[in-house]
Design a binder for this molecule. Sequence first.
Ligand code: DLL
Length: 439
Amino acid sequence: MSNYFNPEIETMPVEEIKKLQSKRLVEQIKHVYKNVEFYRNKMDEAGVKPEDIRGIEDLSKLPFINKDDLRDQYPYGFLAVPLEDCVRIQSTSGTTGRRVVAFYTMEDIHIWDTCCARAIVAAGGTKEDVVHVCYGYGLFTGGPGLNGGSHMIGSLTLPMSSGNTERQIQFMTDLGSTILCCTPSYAAYLGESIREMGVKDRIKLKAGIFGAEAWTEEMRRGIESSLGIKAYDIYGLTEISGPGVSFECSEQKGMHINEDHFIAEVIDPETGEVLPEGEKGELVFTCITKKAFPLIRYRTRDICVLSRKKCSCGRTHIRMSKPLGRSDDMLIVKGVNVFPSQIETVLLNNGYEANYQLIVDRKNNSDTIECDVEWVSENPPKDAADWADREKLLVSKLKSMLGIAVKVKLVKPKTIPRSEGKAVRIIDNRHLFEESALK
Ligand code: DLL
């Protein structure tokens, strides 16, 4: 059985992909220049006419856009087709300021479903599978995206949405779910709950498709062993369509970007300079087939690396690394750059699971950072002295990883609130951005 959904496209020679991208880019630029005042003004300001864009080699002539532009144009400013041609909206989960609303024509939904179908097939999915989707449904793209992909393959789709873990596990056992789609933190939680309920031998899962938040290789190994599956990463963002912008193949060495629909670039976040393949920088996407809400040179804030190295799965589409952080989620504590993934690595390397929370505060003009972490239920502290020793050990490991003192509080299992969507890892009580916005 082929593990491609669209073999002729997924294994197309690179030169052919670039030709296809060039042709589609030229059409797309004409479309947005004609139909979106924002793009017309931006391109006019930059002195670029649609006819100056003759192929992907001209992409860098176009200006970048970012999330602030989307917020400023809320809700219809980026709409490139008449509203009556749209059949759906989805939205980002932004907690501050205006949300970003993305529009889709029926054909845009078809493209998105195709991207998700490719991801499911790459994880071994066929029409015989039972695809258990517990990403949230609604405005969040996770549920609808994987649901659409699963339908396209013809798999039996369980639109579970998030929440009610006992019911999730009951359906999983009763209906024989074989592919699980959810956030990695929820997958880890499901693994814990299955172990506690003692039903692991009744679980038929073979693969999981996890994304929407950062997760480490250590976390992947933990989930693979607790659920007895192979765990695949999937990446995407609402602005560009949703999940399935890129996905992992069986090699698990980066995610193939669906290059017939999206052109990826990596840029220096400070200067905007396009970086050569293999260098780390901010990921930028251009949508070349979507019609209702086509973003051109959209700065994602995700930091990653692209690779054209041949993949042994046979796919020729470029691969992106896992996001290595965001140019905007990095914490600066006592002037030191801290990535939550560094903390996670220390915890997982020292026998803990990714059940932790970082609390950042500022007292007397000095930053503090506390890491609350649960001990694993099989290995509770023997006594108060053991408890204190374990905290001390983590303090020293974190100090050597980060270069700053982190207060560690070891807590009982299940004390840190579980998330059914994206885990809330950071509580930053300093609210630096809000403060500066007010002043
Ligand atoms: O999280 C779409 C999605 C749903 C992707 C389900 C995968 C699975 P947003 O809510 O708009 O969309 O958030 C997009 O989440 O810019 C990344 O920072 C982060 N992100 C998404 N996938 C991954 C991943 C969905 N696999 C933002 N690894 C993106 C790390 C991810 N971060």
